[in-house]
Design a protein around this ligand. Structure first.
Ligand code: AMP
Length: 158
């Protein structure tokens, strides 16, 4: 599946380069044993907090474009894949329709989701379930918002 960390680095860079998205915080990277189909390498997971002007639907399309550009291929559910980007939370929205469920429906049972999420949302109230099998792996640099147009939170200069 290639260099697992490199896929995360590339996805993070692509996210930061997307118009109207600013990456505000990046969690540590955690290594996780696969659930379900076990004949595959361990996964690397991280969580990102972004500031964005995009709607959840457009954000999902942008994330799917990044997945596609990074060559996501998957042959079976829970099987190996280059990259999987999900929306976990979006402000305080709650919704569930054909395309999008927010909060992400399975996040509360998954320590490999909640542990990185807690890094970028220290005030999170969710109780993290048994964290066996989730190991700290490394830290990533936070890519800077290079272009003001990528940073909706910034005010124009006086
Ligand atoms: P996955 O295979 O895990 O990447 O799931 C992809 C599908 O899940 C997409 O077709 C999305 O429309 C749908 N989906 C529903 N809720 C979410 C969410 N919160 N984040 C990402 N994908 C979602």
């Amino acid at each position: 599946m290639g260099d697992r960390l490199d896929f995360l680095r590339k996805a993070l860079k692509r996210l930061q380069e997307t118009d109207d998205i600013c990456v505000e915080a990046v969690s540590s990277v955690y290594e996780t044993e696969p659930v379900g189909y076990r004949e595959q390498p361990d996964f690397l997971n991280l969580a990102v907090r972004i500031d964005t002007l995009l709607s959840p639907e457009i954000l999902l399309s942008e994330l799917q474009r990044i997945e596609k550009d990074l060559g996501r291929k998957r042959t079976r559910r829970f099987g190996p894949r280059t990259i999987d980007i999900d929306i976990l939370l979006f402000e305080n929205q709650e919704r569930s329709d054909d395309r999008l469920s927010i909060p992400h429906p399975r996040m509360k049972q998954r320590a490999f989701v909640l542990i990185p999420l807690r890094d970028v949302m220290p005030d999170m109230s969710e109780v993290v379930p048994d964290d066996a099998g989730v190991r700290y792996y490394c830290d990533m640099d936070l890519p800077s918002c290079e272009n003001d147009s990528h940073s909706p939170a910034k005010l124009p200069p006086d």
